[in-house]
Design a protein around this ligand. Structure first.
Ligand SMILES: [Zn+2]
Ligand SMILES: [Zn+2]
Length: 345
């Protein structure tokens, strides 16, 4: 986004002021190529050998498979009275499955989490769960979930997504995801281009290792500002609880894959629409040029439309700023730091 378009949005302090280097060679040392749209690519292409084909399969298969399974469980009430609990377990099983896979097939051995780092992520996952679970789950009866239900009932939009078939549930989930991800795309992009909004998002980018456990490293302010976007869109569009559950299965499996320390390769065609691990690793790159791209965390389609898609297959170190690990205090407090201190991290 240019300075002009930032001022159109009424946003000051673009992160360009942050002095993060944007070298003219990528992490591999290969020269950077600027395309007509202004998107910069390294031109690194996947060589489609047997290994690449193998690593392109798990993400689409497991994400689509978990969505299909969740939808079938909900429609057929598999698991009896507690079928929704069982269906949510399909969604949350993504973390342990991918964590075990990381131990066998790590993309970078140096990214494997040490016990103290895992403990930190358990804290972030628990705090994410405390904010998320009341909103997306029937299991918790809290003022938040009641407010959410009230919002759904008050929605001025005369549309409802209350499907009663497996395909209907999946279709409704996709329509809602594509719609809400349009808003998410712009909110996320603004977070990268405005220092004020960056301070809520920086916690997520100051991770120096990728892992399936790390997708939840999100500041509470960001959960409140940005994380609520999808549930609010779901509510305004009159989505049933069952659509939430199928949406959770998609979001959790795709989100965990995207952060996982696994040598995933993006599946062509699938990766025109759905964000992949390789694309999201680019978004976590220390190199600013790569980090300020691929804003779609679930759906990559809008990046392709608005010219922020980065097709680099190769990613150097992960992180932001100086690229060093921050204490948990810094991760929590940085949202309140002065501009100078925030930029110095
Ligand atoms: Zn980001
Ligand atoms: Zn991320």
């Amino acid at each position: 986004m240019t300075d002009q378009s930032i001022s159109t949005l009424g946003i000051g302090n673009p992160l360009d002021l942050m002095d993060r280097p944007s070298p003219e060679t990528g992490p591999s040392g290969k020269p950077i190529v600027r395309t007509e749209q202004g998107v910069i690519t390294e031109g690194s292409k996947v060589t489609w050998d047997r290994k690449a084909i193998f690593w392109s399969l798990p993400q689409p298969l497991l994400v689509a498979g978990s969505v299909l399974l969740a939808a079938a469980m909900v429609i057929n009430e598999w698991g009896g009275e507690y079928y929704r609990v069982w269906t949510l377990l399909v969604a949350v099983s993504s973390t342990p499955v991918l964590l075990i896979a990381e131990r066998f097939w790590a993309k970078k051995k140096s990214w494997l989490l040490k016990p103290d780092e895992m403990a930190e992520d358990v804290f972030w996952m628990a705090s994410g769960g405390l904010l998320w679970a009341p909103i997306i789950s029937d299991l918790y009866r809290t003022p938040v979930s009641e407010g959410f239900r009230a919002l759904r009932d008050m929605s001025p939009l005369q549309i409802e997504f209350q499907p009663t078939t497996v395909l209907g549930l999946i279709g409704a989930m996709l329509i809602i995801r594509f719609t809400s991800s349009f808003f998410y795309y712009w909110l996320h992009r603004i977070q990268h281009e405005s220092l004020f909004w960056w301070r809520m998002h920086a916690t997520h980018h100051h991770l120096t290792k990728m892992s399936a456990m790390r997708g939840n490293r999100t500041h509470p302010f960001e959960y409140l500002a940005l994380g609520l976007g999808t549930p609010i869109a779901l509510a305004l569009m009159g989505a049933s609880d069952d659509v939430f559950i199928v949406s959770a299965a998609f979001g959790m499996w795709n989100g965990k894959f995207n952060h996982a320390n696994l040598p995933m390769v993006s599946m062509p065609v699938w990766d025109w629409f759905f964000a992949t691990a390789q694309q999201h690793h680019c978004h976590h790159a220390l190199e600013r040029r790569q980090a300020d791209s691929n804003y779609g965390c679930d759906i990559i389609f809008w990046d392709r439309v608005f010219g922020t898609y980065c097709g680099d297959a190769e990613v150097g170190p992960a992180g932001a700023g100086k690229g060093v690990r921050l204490s948990i205090k810094d991760q929590l407090m940085l949202a309140l730091y002065s501009d100078e201190r925030l930029k110095s991290l």
